[in-house]
Write a protein that binds this ligand. Structure first.
Ligand SMILES: Cc1cc2nc3c(=O)[nH]c(=O)nc-3n(C[C@H](O)[C@H](O)[C@H](O)COP(=O)(O)OP(=O)(O)OC[C@H]3O[C@@H](n4cnc5c(N)ncnc54)[C@H](O)[C@@H]3O)c2cc1C
Ligand SMILES: *[C@@H]1O[C@H](CO)[C@@H](O)[C@H](O)[C@H]1NC(C)=O
Ligand SMILES: *[C@@H]1O[C@H](CO)[C@@H](O)[C@H](O)[C@H]1NC(C)=O
Ligand SMILES: *[C@@H]1O[C@H](CO)[C@@H](O)[C@H](O)[C@H]1NC(C)=O
Ligand SMILES: *[C@@H]1O[C@H](CO)[C@@H](O)[C@H](O)[C@H]1NC(C)=O
Ligand SMILES: *[C@@H]1O[C@H](CO)[C@@H](O)[C@H](O)[C@H]1NC(C)=O
Length: 483
């Protein structure tokens, strides 16, 4: 008994070493095949550590090596080698996914950092944007030109995953989702061929607008640009004794403000044993019209960094990095309305889970309420984008976000996020919101969410495109929402 256990573990260790040496051979093959523009990094090197790193530690895995391709042709070469050796791999843009295995792997980690150019074309009013960038860098490049694109709201988030999944922006009330504003892609197909995808290739153009990494690796996005001047807003933090006032102001904002230049992002959180709110306010202009934010500004604050500033400065003022580098789960609920009942339920959920999860090493328990205008989905059409699978109703994504320290608590936190989403959905349904089967946003949804809840009626079209462009399932070697 004892002997066979020991023999068993020796055999297991040997298998592990064999697997590792096979992976190392694949890494070496890649190293020899790619051009000097690309580089392979080995464990413990700085490049490797950066390449496998993620915003959430639960999204990071140790890979055999990492690759930073420098040209689209090299991406094709790498894909061909990975497929011919049937090697598991991952593609990482900004590394902000909160689902384990979506952009990480024990095999070969591809990091897109070298696709880092932003090229604005004033004739077409579009910008070509490299898929290795984070939004911070995109805004910094476009700002001196007086233009902007529909991208991320807070610091550090990657362009690629955000744009391949949906994209809820400060500019969404005015121009729609990020997906609605992408006019072209440079895509390396699963067979290694580099191609461009625009509306003249309708099935793939549709599939890339929500289909993540199912169709190959995107190296460049071409996005519509819009004039951008100074904005107003920033971060205000509020202590737990004013939750009611924030909820009242949020409900009123959601019900009455129709100016598409105005947006808010109130996050109810439970941090260091106490409830509170981090509120980001945004107005697309140097001064907001009187009335829109008055109720929020009248609430006593703990900290306040709200002013007329550049768009970049507003994005950098967000606290997103402060809660990075810890174990994390995101989940989501889709709502049609932000009502007093919903706000009460959000407060109740944070007060219910905050103290309980603190016992299981929670560092952060939070709920982002996102009161977009109900017209947010009218800027695009279901015939041209896979997400959202229905535009009949203006769905507002609510983000549940828990962070913790102990790996032993992973299941507890994922279960809590799932239960909390169910509870909030129940409250919404009890109010008459028709959201029991509403599509969920793939960039917020927990990894165990059934595909149908994310892609809905788009799924058959996504699967047909998959059959056509990746019949041998090369991209199945990478994790993510797999159609
Ligand atoms: C702090 C924070 C704030 C956020 N704020 C917002 C917000 O305001 N609005 C919003 O809509 N979402 C928001 N999100 C969610 C965000 O959209 C997702 O986390 C998204 O995955 C980020 O993209 P990424 O490139 O950083 O992710 P990654 O982890 O790099 O990638 C995510 C997925 O995309 C795939 N992928 C990456 N690059 C490529 C490529 N070049 N080709 C093909 N597939 C690729 C990956 O394989 C993976 O499956 C936020 C997330 C965080 C953590
Ligand atoms: C947040 O982290 C990213 C790196 O992931 C960095 O580029 C960005 O500048 C940071 N933001 C702030 C406000 O420090
Ligand atoms: C991927 O590899 C498999 C197995 O070797 C092979 O059958 C298939 O044709 C390859 N796909 C492509 C696109 O090269
Ligand atoms: C919030 O609204 C409720 C219901 O109208 C009211 O009873 C309560 O006093 C308000 N609270 C604050 C702080 O404004
Ligand atoms: C508060 O939340 C808990 C957990 O979801 C739930 O069981 C309870 O019914 C809620 N209470 C109220 C008053 O909504
Ligand atoms: C790769 O796939 C595309 C789309 O299916 C096809 O048009 C192209 O000819 C293929 N390239 C090669 C080299 O087989």
């Amino acid at each position: 008994m004892r002997h066979s256990a020991i023999v068993g573990s020796i055999l297991a260790a040997a298998a592990l070493v064999r697997a590792d040496s096979a992976l190392i051979a694949v890494c070496k093959q890649i190293q020899q095949a790619v051009s000097p523009a690309s580089e392979v990094f080995w464990p413990l090197s700085l490049g490797y550590t950066k390449d496998i790193g993620h915003w959430a530690t639960t999204s990071t895995q140790n890979s055999a090596c990492s690759v930073e391709p420098g040209t689209a042709a090299d991406v094709g070469t790498v894909l061909q080698i990975l497929n011919s050796t049937q090697t598991p791999f991952a593609v990482k843009g900004g590394g902000h996914t909160t689902n384990p295995g979506f952009s990480s792997t024990p095999g070969v980690q591809i990091a897109m950092y070298r696709f880092s150019e932003v090229n604005y074309d004033s004739a077409t009013q579009t910008a070509d944007i490299g898929s290795g960038l984070i939004w911070d860098d995109v805004y910094a490049s476009l700002e001196p030109l007086g233009v902007n694109v529909v991208g991320g709201r807070v610091t550090g988030v990657g362009v690629a995953g955000f744009s391949l999944g949906g994209g809820y922006s400060w500019l969404t009330n005015q121009y729609g989702l990020t997906i609605d504003n992408i006019v072209g892609y440079e895509l390396v197909l699963p067979n290694g061929t580099v191609t461009t995808v625009d509306k003249s290739v309708p099935d793939l153009f549709f599939a890339l607008k929500g289909g993540y990494n199912n169709y190959g690796i995107v190296t460049k996005f071409t996005m519509k640009t819009f004039p951008q001047g100074q904005v107003w807003g920033g971060l205000m933090t509020i202590t737990g004794d004013h939750l009611d006032a924030v909820s009242n102001a949020t409900t009123k904002f959601s019900a009455t403000v129709t100016d598409p230049k105005a947006a808010i992002l109130p996050t109810y959180n439970f941090l260091l044993g106490a409830p509170g709110v981090s509120l980001i306010m945004f107005y697309d202009g140097p001064t907001p019209p009187a009335g829109i934010f008055d109720d929020f500004l009248a609430i006593p604050h703990f900290t306040k960094d709200v002013e007329t500033r550049s768009f970049s400065s507003l994005v950098l003022a967000s606290p997103a990095n402060a809660t990075s580098m810890t174990r994390t789960v995101f989940h989501t609920v889709s709502l049609t309305q932000i009502t007093p009942g919903i706000m009460n339920a959000v407060v109740n959920e944070s007060l219910f889970w905050g103290p309980r999860l603190s016992l299981a090493t929670a560092t952060f328990v939070s709920y982002d309420v996102e009161p977009f205008l109900s017209s947010l989905l009218t800027h695009g059409s279901i015939s041209t984008s896979a997400y959202p699978p229905s535009r009949a109703q203006g769905l507002l994504p609510l983000n549940i976000y828990f962070a913790w320290e102990a790996d032993l608590s992973d299941d507890e936190f994922r279960n809590a996020a799932t239960q909390s989403a169910e509870q909030l959905t129940k409250v919404a349904i009890s109010e008459g919101q028709d959201v029991g089967n509403a599509p969920l946003y793939g960039n917020y949804a927990i990894g165990s969410t059934p595909l149908e809840r994310i892609f809905g009626d788009s799924l058959p079209r996504l699967q047909a495109a998959k059959q056509k462009y990746d019949p041998t399932n090369v991209m199945g070697l990478a994790g993510g929402w797999k159609v």
